[in-house]
Design a binder for this molecule. Structure first.
Ligand code: DX5
Ligand code: ZN
Length: 221
């Protein structure tokens, strides 16, 4: 994991896949050169949408060797960490804005379980909140849409938070990925990579493409 611009990782979000054909759709992105599978877990409370939980991740774990990047958009995430660990997730990302009782302990718990820990911020949350957690995380997930749904427009005013996060990582001399989620396409990918991002989540852009391989390649700018 590193922040080199020439080593961009693409994490297609299965939120835009066909839920009746998740195995097929994960294999599709694997064959097309995806690096990670991004799994959006929503509880209908933290965000106004409901998706899937750990049992689905457990079943999907068997169909691919890609990195399973699990984005928890749920309240009380601490109650579900063990389930996602046992389901075979590789990275578990929590939201700064969730009502987690003890975010530091929850992040430590993810790491102590042998998994990578991520911390995500919504568009209105400043990057300065991340500093307190810098020793506990492997990944910063910057949302560039309000979480909840795929297919929304990229919020350009979030780009400055990428630069700020990169500065924070350098200041503390850490090896932390900067992942961007929401409205990513070939054009917005370039903006975020130039600012310092190294992992790009893309749902609709990848899954709605006529040629998935071309879409993934176009993000590796
Ligand atoms: C939104 C999710 C995203 C979503 C991205 O809450 O976290 O991962 O799937 O979808 P696109 O790439 O279509 O904006
Ligand atoms: Zn996501």
């Amino acid at each position: 994991m590193n922040n080199k611009k020439n080593n961009i990782l693409v994490a297609p979000s299965i939120l835009s896949a066909d839920f009746a054909n998740l195995e097929r759709d994960i294999k599709k992105i694997e064959e097309a050169g995806a690096d990670w599978v991004h799994v959006d877990v929503m509880d209908g409370k933290f965000v106004p949408n409901l998706t899937i939980g750990a049992p689905v991740v457990k079943s999907l774990r068997k169909v691919s060797n890609l990195v399973y990047d699990v984005h928890l958009m749920i309240h009380n995430p601490e109650d579900f960490i063990d389930d996602f660990v046992n389901a075979g997730s590789d990275i578990i990302t929590l939201h700064y804005e969730s009502d987690c009782k003890n975010l530091k302990e929850a992040l430590k718990h993810i790491k102590n379980s042998g998994k990578k820990a991520g911390l995500s911020i919504k568009p209105k949350t400043p990057s300065s909140v991340l500093e307190e957690y810098i020793d506990l995380i492997d990944l910063i997930l910057i949302m560039t849409v309000e979480p909840g749904f795929g297919g929304q427009e990229f919020m350009t005013d979030c780009v400055s938070k990428i630069t700020e996060s990169l500065e924070l990582i350098k200041k503390h001399d850490k090896n932390i990925d900067i992942e961007i989620d929401g409205g990513i396409n070939a054009k917005t990918a370039k903006l975020t990579v130039n600012a310092g991002a190294n992992v790009l989540v893309a749902g609709s852009y990848v899954y709605n493409a006529t040629n998935i391989k071309e879409a993934i390649d176009s993000l590796k700018v």
